[in-house]
Design a protein around this ligand. Sequence first.
Ligand SMILES: C[S@@+](CC[C@H](N)C(=O)[O-])C[C@H]1O[C@@H](n2cnc3c(N)ncnc32)[C@H](O)[C@@H]1O
Length: 214
Amino acid sequence: MRGWIYDRLVAGMTTGWYREVLDRLPNGARVLDVGIGTGAALAGCAELVRSKDLQVVGLDIDPDYLERCRGEMARAGLAGHVRPVLASVYDHDDGPYDAVYFSASLMLLPDPVAAISHTAKLLTPQGRLFSTQTFHHRRSAVLERIKPMLHRVTTIHFGRVTYEHELRNAFIAAGVELVELTTMSDKGRSSYRLAVGRVRGAEGDLGDGRASAA
Ligand SMILES: C[S@@+](CC[C@H](N)C(=O)[O-])C[C@H]1O[C@@H](n2cnc3c(N)ncnc32)[C@H](O)[C@@H]1O
């Protein structure tokens, strides 16, 4: 039931976020999806995953979401491409990965800096760290109080209100260079943005032909 609610309320939006990131990956990329959830957003991009022959490890700590995710991957024909794993990001030591992706998950983690620095160590030298999420433009004490409580009515953890400087500071503290921060969609008081990071000192691009420096 919780997974069904998530898919109805959020996955439609995050499917577009996944598409933005997966579009940028080279064929055959090995991807770590941190907080894959029910997998509905990734399944919405099934054709892209298959055509690019992406290999995805999907981490999550929520057993109910992961169970739904396994069914979702099978139905979407992605069982050979996506491996859902019940584990916290902080305990995952596999790799190397060409891309680490946090979709709506980075700033709801208890320690985003540790999550960035840990997963950056799992990247290849040319690898990239992607994060998509909502940013609020102006401080709102009311929203800051309400957002963390939304899970009581929706069962979904939306994390806390996040401002741009917090993400920038998290990347700096983790020693990962933020090479791009793109607005995917502007909602007025908030926006959906894509952040791309690379390990400091790493040369070259991911192989998708895009410049690696912002
Ligand atoms: C808002 S959902 C995002 C789901 C999906 N990525 C999407 O964009 O639709 C955030 C997910 O992060 C997961 N999560 C929370 N803490 C985690 C951790 N320490 N390690 C891995 N996943 C975690 C949650 O269980 C939840 O499924």
